[in-house]
Every structure is written in structure tokens, then in C-alpha cells.
Ligand binder design. Sequence first.
Ligand SMILES: [Zn+2]
Length: 547
Amino acid sequence: MPEKELILKLAVELTRIKSIVGTKGEIEIAQMIYDFFKTLGYFVNHPDYLMLSDLKGDKLNRKNVIALLKGEKGSSRKTVILLGHIDTVGVDDYGSIKEYATCPERLKSALKMKELDEDTVKDMESGEWLFGRGIFDMKTGVAINMALVKALSEKIDELEGNVVFLAVPDEEGNSRGMLSAVEDLVRLAEIHGLEYVAAVDTDYMAPRFPGDDKKYIYVGTVGKILPCFYIYGKETHVGQAFEGLDANLLASEILREVDLAFDLSDVVENEASMPPISLSQRDLKSEYSVQTVNEAYLYFNYSTHCSKPDEVLAKLKAKAEKAFENVLKKLNDNYSRYCQAAGIPYREPPWKVQVLTFKELYDAVKAEMGEKIDEHLKEFKKKLLKEKLDDRIYSLQVVRELVRLWSNKNPAVILFFAPPYYPHIYVRGENEKEKKLLSAVNSAVAEVSARFPYKFEVRKFYPYISDLSFCSIPEEKAIEILVSNMPGWGEIYSLPFEFIRKLDVPVVNIGPYGKDAHKFTERVNIPYSFEVVPEIVEKTVRLLLEG
Ligand SMILES: [Zn+2]
């Protein structure tokens, strides 16, 4: 059993290294973890089982830490991945006391100078909480994994099966650590004949609502996709408003149909994903004039529990068609009333509902231009890349260019995807690995809950976007539709599908308990996180490797 004191010590030491995403601190902390393992007897005997692995194509030269424990009882190939991220978000939210953000010992007294909410004050006075940037998200989790590896390595002859410890940077950024690691993991499995059975993450676990005192373990994870709409209307002079089609009106109607629409939530085993919420809506008119808006753009954060990219695309296409119909109806109704009042003859506006996916738009243009379109796009994208645009804007510009080249100038909505994409992982319990993970977690939780006074609940979807998503991906067909509808695929964004498909493991998050991740009141609860979580993690790992 990893001792509480060691985990506490490691959690504080890890926190003291400021490892804000995108900084050198991420390298420093990887080195510290590497050095910790290097002194352990097991890795002295097996130096090649411990690696600092360079992130592929990373300008910052960041590294993953990988440590392999090969159990010496029997010759089982079964292997559990112990996952954690070593980066944190920035510390600007600490304001005047930010120099103490990563010093848990001093931060507490510094925090007293700040105005704090009631709950934080109560927790601070209880003495049961540790404060610090990253201590909750997720250095305590990494410390638990490190201590477990140490404990297992000391009794390696009693370990049946194998454990791969993995610590990655950039989780709070673009997941470059994990995306690089999937290839490392696959190669490691090939070299050592490992068979991955599950990935265990120890990222943070927070109350689900104020006053919630349950402790959650999540088997599986939520996913995220970024659907975008480009709207091409028909400009007109404000004096002849009914002769055009206002792109802003169409964009707003799409927003109304999609934003917070619960019918777009995935409800799976009594767990509902957050409905889509807009992250940007704007028109593309740059100056004041009395010409109406003919281009607009909006995109949404779309969480998933079970809907794959092809299904999301189909649902949103239907929503956009509905929005288009609503707008045409509004236009017609108001125009006919206006005509009556103004005493002019009414003629129905000529517009028709026209919603295309990016792939459909591309095919339409290709049908007109043939191979030439590909050459043209290649050159166009080359220039775009030099502008170093935001990924969303890059995607939009490709769509605009295609629309510009298309002979059809009627109002249209183009639906496409922009980066990033995080697949959800739904552990149904249908195959052997999933069954095994569910039963291991349930047994571990049952065992521990008999001895500790906490209410536990095993849920299906870790609710915070995380690296866990890259342990498995949906089938080929769904991915094909994602790729063919993402204008920047292979240029500004891609995912190592081939390796993720080989990795393909179910996931669980067994997290330390705390509050306010990404806020200056970030804190971790000591009794639960340093005593109970390590036990659940260890038992789960053992049960996964058993039999
Ligand atoms: Zn985290």
C-alpha cells in the first residue's frame, strides 16, 4: 500500500514546480518524475524500462514520462496504463498573490488576505484541505500513481501482469502529450508483448452541484466536437429589406434552434450530456454601410456520450434546415403584411432552404471544376497557412473560398467541423475488456466503501474533457465523415487514428476529491484524496490484472 505521507510529499513537491501549459516548467516536472523513478531499485535494474520520450514535432521540446513495470509472477501479458497530466493552467487568477500560487504552505496564509466565499473559508478553517495551482488538477493524482508504481516495484515478484505509468504535458492545451504517447504505448506493447486491458486516470473529481457530498468514479468519458455554420445570405439595401436574406437573421435562428437544445443532448444510462452551447457568433461585415449582412458564422461546443460525428452532422443539418424554414416563413409573413399595408403587389420571395455539409459543397464544386479545384485549394491553403490563423478561422476561410468558386449564388448554410475533436468513450460492458473494467471498479469501490464513511457512485462519463478521450475512437465510417467535413484536416489538425485504434482500451477516472479547479481557490481534500483514492486505484489495478 502506497503510504499517505509519501503521496502528500510528492503532491506538494510536484505542485512547487510551476508547470503551466506551454512553458519550460512542463519539461522540469517531467524530469523530476523521471529522477524519482530512476532512484528506485527496480529501475536501477531495468534502466531501459524508464523513458523520457520527446513529444513528436513539439517546438517546446516537451517530454512524456513512461515507466514500465513487468510483473515477475507468471508471464501475463495483461497491462494497465496509469495515466496523468503534469501541466496546469496559468496563475493570473491569483492576482496579487500569484507568486504563492504554487507554494501550498504559504498560499494558505496569503489567501486570507483575499475576499473568499463562505465555502472556501469553511474548508480552510477545517484544516482538511490543501490549496495550490495544480494540486487538485492533477498533481495529487500523479503523486498517487507515482507512489503506486514505487510500491508495486518493491514487490515485483508478487505482481502478475504489468503496469505502464504515463505522465503527459499539454493536457490543458492541445493534448500533444497524450497524442504523442499513444504511438509510444503501441510501440512499447509491440516490443514487450503487452496487452493493454484498461487505462486508469487519476484526474480530479469535483462535486456535481453545491452541497453534493458523493464521491464519483467515472468509467468512460464525455466527448466533444466543434460544429460550425457558415451562412451565406443575400445582401440588399436597407430600404428594400425584403429583397434580400439577412445572414444575421439566419444565424440567429440557427443559434435559437441549437443553443441549449436538450433534444441534442445524449442521454445514456440516465446520464445526460450538456446540450450544445455557442462559443462564437459573428457576421463577416467589416465596415458600416446601409448594405445588409450577407455572411455570418457561428460555432458550438457540442458534448457527446454516444453520438458519433456522422450522427451529430445529421442532427445539426436537420436543425439548420428547420431554422432556414422558420426564417423563410417569417420573411414571407412579414413581407405579405408589409405589401398589404403599403399597397404594393406581393410576390413570394424566391429563396429555398439550402443546407449543405462541407463534403456536399466540395463535391458540388468539384463537379463543376473537376481536378482543378484540388490544385486551387492546395495553393489557397498554402497561403492561408502562412497567415497563422486561428484553427476555426482557417476552416472558415476554406469554406468561403469554396462557396466563392461555386456557381450557385442562392443563400445557403454550410455545416462543417473545426478542431478539436475529443471522442467520447462509452463503456457499455459488451466486450471482455469492458466487462472486466466495470467489475474491477465496482468490486474495488464496494470493498473500500465498507471501510470508509463515504457515499460512492460509479458513473459512466467523466464530465470534463480530458486526454482519456484518446484511448479509443469510433468506427471507421464515423471518422471518415468527420475527416471529410473538417476543412483543415491534415493541414492544421489531425489525430493518430491508426495508433489509437491499436491502443483501444476502456477507461476509468478515479480522482482525488476537491473543488474549484482552474480557480484561485483550487483545493484538494486531504482525507479522501490521500487515503481512499490510492486504495481504490490500487485495488482496481490488481483486479484488472487478475485471472
Ligand atoms: Zn486535469
